[in-house]
Design a protein around this ligand. Structure first.
Ligand code: AMP
Ligand code: ZN
Length: 488
C-alpha cells in the first residue's frame, strides 16, 4: 500500500491527500521563457517541482511529466501590451529569435543537469504546437467566449463566471484596474489568445491562421500543450506563485471554456527566492545565475541543498553567506557518510534503511517539508548506534528524493565562495593610494573573515575585523553578503 501523501492545493487553499485520477499521473509544469538565462529564483521553482516528481516516483506512481519551453508569444506585460520577450531578447543580442531560443534552451538544460533535476518525459516547444493552439482558439470562438479587437482575438472573461474563483480575485479591485489603459479590451482581465502581426511589420516568428498572420498569446500555449499530452483533468499543475493571479487563472478559463470539463485537480505553487527583500527577477536586474555561483566555486548542488532550508511555500532569502553555509553542510554530510563514518560505538541497532527513514518520509509526505526531512536525515547520519553501511543505505534511499549525490566522496576543501578582489562579494574603496601588496593583504583578510562568518565562527570573524581595523580598513556587511570595505 502506498504511503499517504499530502499536498497543498492552491485551488482549495488546503492540504489534501493526493489521490490520482488515472493509472499514470499527469504533471504539467510551466517551463522557462527562453529569452535570457534562468536565474536561481526560477531554478528554485524547478527544484521544488523535481522533489515533487521524485517523491511521486519513490511512492511508486507512474508519471507523465511535461515541462514546456516558451519560445514565442510571452509579452513583457501581463496586459497584452509591449514587446514579445523573445523578439526583445533577439534585438538585445543582435541574433535571430530562433538562435536566442536555441541558445537559452541549451543553457536551461545545462542548469537543470547541474542541479540533478531529472528530465521530464517531454519538453514540448511552443513553436511546435501552433496548430493545437489555433484549434483551441477556434473552439473557444465556437463556444462564444471570444471577441476580436484591432490587434487580436481576446478571451471574454465576463463569459466565464468562475474566472475570479481560483485567484480569489476581488471584483472591486478588477474594476479599479479599468482606469488603466486597456486598448480595445472590454475588461482588464480579458486576455489575448491570438495577436495579429502589426500591419507593415514582418515578425521573425509569425504563423498563418484563420485570423491572418500572427502569433499565439502566452497563456494559450500552456493550455494547449498540457491538453495535447495529458488526459483531463490533469492531476498536477505547478509553477511559481506569481502565476496564480494571471497565467494560471487564464489557463483555467481557456481549458475549461473550450472543453467544459475541470482542467486540473491539484495546483501547486512555489514561493519566491527573494533578494534584498524584493523578488529575484530578470526584469529587476537583481538576479544571480547558476554560472555566477559556479564561477565562485560554489557547487550547484549546494544551491539545491540551500533550497531545502525553507519550505517551498515560504519565501527564501538569498545570501552568499547562507549559500556558503549550505556548501559547507554538503561537504560535512558527504564526509560523515563516506569518508569519516565512524564504526558504531555500541552494538548496532538492527534496522533497515526503510525503517530508519520513517521520519524522513513523514516530513516529505507532509507537503514536501524539506527542512524537517533534512533534520531527519542528519539524525541518521550522526547516529553512531547505526553501522556506517546502514547509514549509507538510508542516505542512498533518501537521495532518490533529495538528489544531492550524498554518497559522493567530498572535496577536501569546502567551496570557496569569495574568489577575491574582482569578486562582487567584496567592494573596496580607499581614501589613500595602496600598493598591490597592501591591497592583497586586506582582501585576503576580508575573505578569511567572510569564510569564518559563513561557518558561523564568530570569534575568528571578530579577530579578522580587529586586524583589518589595524590596517585602516572598516568593513560593513550588506544583507546580500557583500562586504563593503572602506580604507582610510
Ligand atoms: P519564467 O521563465 O519567467 O516564465 O519563469 C519560470 C518559472 O520561475 C515560473 O514558474 C515562475 O513562476 C518562477 N519564478 C520566477 N521568479 C522567481 C523567483 N524569484 N523565485 C522562485 N520562482 C520564480
Ligand atoms: Zn504556463
Amino acid at each position: 500500500m502506498k504511503k499517504d501523501f499530502y499536498i497543498y492545493n492552491t485551488a482549495s487553499r488546503t492540504k489534501e491527500p493526493f489521490a490520482p485520477l488515472h493509472d499514470t499521473v499527469g504533471m504539467y509544469c510551466c517551463g522557462p521563457t527562453v529569452y535570457n538565462f534562468a536565474h536561481i529564483g526560477n531554478l528554485r521553482t524547478y527544484i521544488f517541482e523535481d522533489v515533487l516528481r521524485r517523491t511521486l516516483l519513490s511512492l511508486g506512481y507512474t508519471l507523465k511529466h511535461i515541462v514546456n519551453i516558451t519560445d514565442v508569444g510571452h509579452l513583457v506585460s501581463d496586459a497584452d501590451t509591449g514587446e514579445d520577450k523573445m523578439e526583445k531578447g533577439a534585438k538585445r543580442e543582435g541574433k535571430s529569435v530562433w538562435d536566442i531560443a536555441a541558445c537559452y534552451t541549451q543553457k536551461f538544460m545545462e542548469n537543470i543537469r547541474d542541479l540533478n533535476i531529472q528530465n521530464p518525459d517531454l519538453f514540448p516547444r511552443a513553436t511546435d504546437h501552433i496548430p493545437q493552439m489555433i484549434a483551441m482558439v477556434q473552439e473557444l470562438e465556437r463556444k462564444g467566449v471570444t471577441y476580436r479587437t484591432g490587434d487580436g482575438i481576446y478571451f471574454d472573461t465576463a463569459k466565464f463566471t468562475a474566472y475570479p474563483d481560483f485567484a480569489r480575485l476581488d471584483p472591486a479591485s478588477i474594476r479599479a484596474g479599468e482606469r488603466v489603459d486597456m486598448g480595445d479590451k472590454r475588461s482588464p482581465t480579458d486576455f489575448a489568445l491570438w495577436k495579429f502581426s502589426p500591419p507593415g511589420v514582418k515578425r521573425q516568428m509569425e504563423w498563418e491562421s484563420p485570423w491572418g498572420a500572427g502569433f499565439p498569446g502566452w497563456h494559450i500555449e500552456c493550455s494547449a500543450m498540457a491538453l495535447a499530452y495529458l488526459p483531463q483533468p490533469i492531476e498536477i499543475h505547478c509553477g511559481g506563485t506569481d502565476h496564480i493571479r494571471v497565467h494560471h487563472t487564464n489557463e483555467i478559463a481557456q481549458a475549461e471554456g473550450a472543453t467544459g470539463k475541470p482542467f486540473v485537480r491539484y495546483w501547486l505553487h512555489g514561493e519566491f527566492l527573494v533578494i534584498d527583500k524584493g523578488k529575484m527577477a530578470k526584469s529587476g536586474g537583481n538576479f544571480v545565475t547558476l554560472d555566477s555561483l559556479k564561477s565562485r566555486r560554489i557547487p550547484p548542488l549546494a544551491y539545491r541543498l540551500f533550497c531545502f532550508s525553507a519550505h517551498y511555500r515560504s519565501p527564501l532569502a538569498f545570501s552568499w553567506e547562507g549559500l556558503a553555509g549550505a556548501a559547507q553542510s554538503l561537504v560535512n554530510l558527504r564526509r560523515d557518510l563516506v569518508a569519516g563514518a565512524k564504526a558504531p560505538s555500541e552494538p548496532a541497532d538492527p534496522g533497515n534503511a526503510e525503517n530508519l527513514l520513517k521520519d524522513f518520509y513523514a516530513a516529505v509526505c507532509d507537503d514536501l517539508n524539506m527542512p524537517q526531512a533534512m533534520a531527519a536525515l542528519w539524525d541518521i547520519v550522526r547516529n553512531e548506534k547505526i553501522s556506517p553501511a546502514e547509514r549509507r543505505a538510508a542516505a542512498a534511499r533518501a537521495d532518490d528524493i533529495l538528489g544531492l549525490d550524498l554518497l559522493q566522496v567530498p572535496e577536501e576543501e569546502p567551496a570557496e565562495s569569495f574568489a577575491g578582489e574582482k569578486d562582487a562579494a567584496i567592494r573596496l574603496t580607499s581614501g589613500r593610494p595602496l600598493t598591490d601588496a597592501q591591497k592583497r593583504e586586506i582582501v585576503e583578510k576580508v575573505r578569511q573573515r567572510q569564510r569564518a562568518r559563513a561557518v558561523k565562527d564568530w570569534g575568528a570573524a571578530d579577530r579578522f575585523r580587529t586586524e583589518l581595523t589595524q590596517l585602516g580598513a572598516t568593513v560593513k556587511d550588506r544583507p546580500d553578503g557583500t562586504a563593503e570595505v572602506a580604507i582610510q
